[in-house]
Design a protein around this ligand. Structure first.
Ligand code: PLP
Length: 457
């Protein structure tokens, strides 16, 4: 029998050298991205004004199963990867569960989250193409921080549009981004046409990822030599994040383990898409049948209450349209503390897999999430990000079900990041001031009313 350590670190040379593209094994592909100007599937050339060329290719490449990770990207990955696979012995004991709980911890880098895995790749390809700078949006701040780190490493200027509510709640995040030379602007702002329009219509808006994306895209396409990069949702981002799942699977194999259930939080779907990638491959190719569970906030329930429809990825409706589970690009979620999960849509790949019943989704309320976060912090001594704590909540619930049923299931969840910049959220939980706002059907309907009419091909 293999002795199970508390933490398993793969060796540096065991780190995967290729990313895995789930689309190559999907029986049915996600619906194509649409160019709203022509109402035809977007081509690589259509994407060139917004994305750099190699990323536009990755976005539309449904065939290549394994993609080589460039050496320059591997070099930077080695600064903080392979990341540990941790057995939550103490949490298991506290729950008195027969279940075995493992988690893949992606918070051991300065950005504090998995976002760096794609930021490095995207900054590298932009530099390689000779671009002059990048723009992006950030919600919780982790993506902006990660991209600032990556841009600084490759010597590229960066402008970050940060969702206003996070900008106000997390001033230190801004300071970290500035440490890495990024220009950080609260969104909506007066620096773009779309920002001015949104502010004129709703001067007190707390902003949303959808608004910030619109501003970042506008700034990129109107600045010579600039391109836009996005930290989630896109197919290319899921590709880069597959390193999380590939490492997890390898580490579990070393322990003679295989998960019965894989759980991840879902904002735009990048960590979940990355974590599940090789396990979903087993499912798609009939090798194994683990359950795969997405966890989202009850305040922003894209999977569990959204519609599977074509929609814009941003509020200003300037991006191409994707078919995904969405609450409508006009939906502004309540000011939930998990900023990174406040996005109206969901990865088109995960949306298709969910629609085809390869995965499940649950929604959880904020105070239950923080209850789980606090227990986890005490037992595992890692202070989780509120986003990651959604996965912890679902993993704990699964372990408690195992206790009731007397089942020894193996649970794997993604611990995407740390919550050291989220102390306002923890404070409001400790002070009993956290609210669990759940949108009504009428409120959701307003978002659905903003969905574009797209004829099905
Ligand atoms: C720590 C953390 N986890 C999860 C997410 C959710 O994003 P995604 O669904 O793309 O993994 C975010 C987004 O900002 C995040 O910062």
């Amino acid at each position: 029998m293999v002795k199970i350590p508390h933490r398993l670190y793969l060796n540096e040379d065991e780190m995967p050298k290729q990313w895995y593209n789930m689309r190559a094994d999907m029986k049915e592909l996600p619906a194509p991205m649409m160019n709203p100007a022509t109402m035809q599937p977007a081509t690589e050339e259509d994407l060139y004004p917004v994305f750099c060329k190699k990323l536009a290719h990755q976005e539309l490449d449904n065939e290549t199963r394994y993609v080589d990770i460039p050496d320059e990207v591997l070099e930077m990955y080695k600064i903080y990867r392979p990341s540990p696979l941790i057995r939550a012995f103490n949490l298991e004991k506290a729950l008195d569960t027969p279940a075995k709980i493992y988690y893949k911890f992606e918070g051991n880098n300065t950005s504090g989250s998995h976002k760096l895995n794609s930021a490095i790749a995207q900054a590298y390809y932009a530099k390689d193409q000779g671009l002059k700078g990048l723009t992006t949006e950030t919600g919780a701040g982790q993506w902006g921080t990660a991209l600032a780190e990556a841009c600084s490493y490759f010597g590229l200027p960066l402008t970050v549009f940060m969702v206003k509510v996070s900008y106000q709640q997390k001033p230190f995040r801004k300071a970290v981004m500035q440490t890495f030379d990024a220009d950080v602007i609260a969104s909506p702002s007066n620096t773009t046409e779309i920002g001015r329009k949104i502010l004129a219509e709703n001067p007190n808006t707390s902003g949303s990822l959808g608004c910030a994306i619109s501003e970042a895209v506008e700034k990129a396409v109107s600045t010579e030599g600039y391109r836009y990069v996005l930290g989630s949702v896109l197919n290319q981002v899921l590709l880069h994040q597959s390193i999380i799942g590939l490492e997890s699977k390898l580490a579990m194999e070393k322990l003679d383990e295989y998960p019965d259930v894989v759980i991840g939080c879902a904002g735009g779907g990048s960590n979940l898409g990355g974590l599940i990638a090789p396990f979903m491959q087993d499912k798609l190719t009939g090798k194994a049948d683990p359950r795969i569970v997405a966890v989202e906030p009850a305040s922003c329930p894209s999977f569990t209450r959204g519609k599977y429809a074509y929609d814009f990825c941003d509020t200003g409706k300037i991006t191409p349209m994707a078919k995904m589970y969405t609450l409508g690009s006009g939906f502004i979620p309540s000011a939930n503390h998990a900023g990174g999960l406040r996005y109206h849509g969901m990865s088109p790949i995960l949306s298709k897999l969910y629609h085809d019943k390869y995965m499940e989704a649950v929604s959880v309320e904020q105070s239950k999430v923080f209850e789980a976060a606090v227990l986890f912090a005490k037992k595992e001594t890692i202070l989780p990000a509120p986003e990651s704590a959604h996965a912890i909540r679902a993993a704990i619930d699964e372990a408690l079900r195992c206790k009731e049923a007397g089942e020894q299931k193996t649970i794997l969840f993604g611990l995407t990041g740390t919550g050291y910049f989220d102390m306002t959220a923890y404070e409001s939980y400790h002070d009993g001031k956290m609210n669990d706002y759940i949108p009504t059907d009428e409120e959701l309907q307003k978002g659905f009313d903003s969905l574009p009419e797209v004829p099905e091909k």
